[in-house]
Ligand binder design. Structure first.
Ligand code: PEP
Ligand code: MN
Length: 337
């Protein structure tokens, strides 16, 4: 962290600032220029309150040169993290496809969809049992029964399960779930992040509706700081001024995250666009941008889906998307296994 001190500060103010910095347990280097004094802070600077320093009377400006996240930072872990879910790998040169309905609606529905997406090339099954809906009057999911139906679909197809957890008080119910999803609305539910950080299960961490990349990585950091290093990031679009799509897919986040973190990053083009006809082009664009996988909503009867029918692909449309992905994967040196 670098602090530029105001030109007209007096020695007593500067001494007080230096004392304050040392009391924070940090080292400091001082460069006296012709017109300004520049302080370089050394040590555990992520803990320092940058806004507090900025508010000090003698401070002209302050800048972080080290990111506030450590465990997720590629600087301290140059190799890609590869996360194994029942033999299916996320990260490195692997490409994974997660597919399934927005919500589990019935045994027949989830098993039929699971079989179809597996046949088309998905390795993992998604399906919401606890649904975060904007309206309290909308379908809230089958909850515990939904989790049991996902388990049945896993027994029928062998596909590992990805499903959203909304409350730390539900953790025991999720014992047999293979990947716990933290939804966009809970990206900064810090108590939930800490709770899943204590588990030994992969966590799919979606980006918040209006969160920066750094805030998202800090949420990953919450999970990792508790000991769980198995975090998969999922870009699902962010809120912008554009009303024609449900969200705006932030494609630039993918290559940028590849620089900043070693964690795998996948894309959810379904929630990003809200429109099934945009799912294929956005999927292919995500592959091109370097994503490690995709999570796609597929329904056997989108018109009658209880949730997110407009963005759900029919199984045969999903199959077409996978065909397109397979054409592109060799270009980005990834393999779907
Ligand atoms: C979902 O994947 O079912 C979901 C609710 O997504 P998001 O949290 O990204 O809105
Ligand atoms: Mn959905």
């Amino acid at each position: 962290m670098i602090i530029v001190v105001k030109r007209d500060c007096d020695q007593k103010q500067l001494d007080n600032l230096l004392k304050w910095i040392k009391n924070q347990g940090l080292g400091v280097t001082l460069s006296q220029g012709d017109s300004s004094v520049v302080l370089g802070l050394i040590g555990d600077t992520p803990k320092v309150d940058i806004d507090l320093i900025r508010s000090m009377e003698i401070v002209e400006s302050v800048k972080r040169i080290q990111e506030p996240y450590k465990s997720a930072n590629r600087k301290f872990h140059p190799e890609d993290t590869v996360i194994d879910v029942c033999g299916h790998k996320f990260g490195g040169d692997n490409f994974q496809i997660i597919a399934g309905p927005c919500s589990v609606e019935s045994e027949r529905q989830v098993i039929e969809i699971a079989k179809a997406v597996k046949k088309a090339g998905a390795n993992l099954l998604r399906g919401g049992a606890f649904k975060p809906r904007t309206s309290p009057y909308a379908f809230q999911g089958l909850k515990g029964t939904g989790l049991e139906l996902l388990q049945k679909a896993k027994e029928e197809t062998g596909m590992p399960i990805v499903t959203e957890i909304m409350s730390a008080s539900h953790i025991d119910l999720f014992e047999k779930v293979d990947v716990l999803q933290i939804g966009a609305r809970n990206m900064q539910n810090f108590e939930l992040l800490k709770a899943v950080g204590k588990l030994k299960k992969p966590i799919l961490l979606k980006r918040g509706l209006a969160n920066t990349i750094e805030e998202w990585l800090m949420s990953a950091e919450y999970i990792m700081a508790e000991g769980n290093k198995q975090v998969i990031l999922c870009e699902r679009g962010i809120r912008t001024f554009e009303p024609l799509t449900r969200n705006t897919l932030d494609l630039s986040a993918i290559p940028l995250l590849k620089e900043l973190t070693h964690l795998p990053i996948i894309v959810d083009p379904s929630h990003a666009s809200g429109l099934s006809r945009l799912v294929k082009p956005l999927s292919l664009a995500s592959v091109g941008a370097g994503a490690d996988g995709l999570m796609i909503e597929v329904h056997n009867d989108p018109k009658n889906a209880l949730c997110d029918g407009a963005q759900s692909l029919r199984p045969e449309q999903f199959e077409e998307v996978v065909k397109g992905i397979d054409v592109m994967l060799p270009i980005v040196n990834k393999k779907r296994v």
